[in-house]
Design a protein around this ligand. Structure first.
Ligand code: CP
Length: 306
């Protein structure tokens, strides 16, 4: 079996120095484009077995800005998965074609740790079920650092369906490394504390309390597709939604973020996009810089990562 490559499946073993260097590189890239030193004939493979818009296109734009080609497997349709081939065999075959790296999105049913340990290609998680979305947490953190001027000691409030949120899972890891506080606010049965018990995240029983505490709020989509019991969300906005009334409790210097996709009128009112504190689309822009920096590091300086 081939020697497993260094991968980024979660943030548990990442150091503050690695993140500082990554952010410095992303900042440099935002002012002067950086291309790979040597032409890399091996393309980036995008393997997305769950739907995605931002993550997939962001990695693709990042790769192309670095001068890389990309190849994609997007969903099972039209692939040999439809003929019964397993995900594991699919990935072993893509690995055998020697791409530069694989960006992988799949459900919790696929064991990313196990499968990546069998591959010689680096795997970067593009979102793993509810388990984690490390590059989303990193791009959120980069956005906060850019617009708040710091990350350490920031108070980041996640609102809504934290139980199903891979973004919150990754932030709980990143907060420990980068020394920021995490707050949770939403229906009690949707709290990530029902899934991850060992966390120092604070819980707020009302949106008003949470907004008064926060320096950054990250609204989350209600992920009805992951709920075993579908609950009506018609009353959700009135209690947990961000709108011009609820946001009066948030300080003027705070930031409003959302990983996307947005359910307008559920977790956030469309008018919030015009709020001067809202940086939702800037998050997406920072995401490309972050992924350029990450791909550059993985491909140009693999020994420098993990
Ligand atoms: N933030 C995020 O992961 O969005 P997509 O699902 O569109 O990739």
């Amino acid at each position: 079996m081939a020697k497993p490559a260094l991968s980024l499946l979660d943030l548990k073993n990442v150091s503050p120095d690695q993140i500082h260097l990554l952010f410095e590189k992303a900042l440099k890239i935002s002012v002067e484009n950086l291309i790979l030193k040597k032409e890399n004939p091996n393309p980036l493979a995008l393997v997305f077995l769950e739907p995605s818009t931002r993550t997939r296109i962001s990695f693709e734009v990042a790769a192309k800005r670095l001068g890389m080609q990309t190849v994609s497997l997007l969903g099972a349709e039209g692939t040999s998965l439809e003929k019964g081939e397993s995900f594991e065999d699919t990935l072993l075959n893509i690995d055998a074609m020697k791409p530069a790296a694989i960006i992988l999105r799949a459900s919790d049913q696929l064991d990313f740790q196990k499968v990546s340990s069998q591959l010689s290609t680096p795997v970067i998680s593009g979102g793993w079920g509810m388990s984690g979305h490390p590059t989303q947490a990193l791009l959120d953190a980069l956005t906060i650092k850019k617009f708040r001027g710091r990350l350490s000691q920031e108070r980041i409030l996640f609102i809504g369906d934290t139980f199903h949120s891979r973004v919150v899972s990754s932030h709980l890891e990143l907060a420990k490394i980068m020394n920021y506080e995490v707050g949770l606010c939403g229906p009690a049965s949707w709290s990530i504390k029902n899934r991850i018990t060992e966390t120092s995240a604070l819980e707020f029983s009302s949106l008003t309390e949470g907004l008064a505490w926060a320096t950054v709020v990250i609204a989350l989509r209600v992920q009805l597709e992951r709920h075993s019991e579908k609950q009506p969300i018609s009353n959700y906005h009135g209690t947990w939604g961000l709108n011009s009334t609820s946001l009066k409790r948030l300080s003027a210097e705070s930031l409003i973020l959302h990983p996307g996709p947005v359910n307008h009128g559920v977790e956030i009112e469309s008018a919030v996009f015009q709020d001067s504190r809202c940086r939702i689309l800037q998050q997406v822009t920072q995401g490309v810089f972050l992924r350029q920096a990450l791909l550059h590091t993985f491909i140009e300086e693999p020994g420098g990562w993990l």
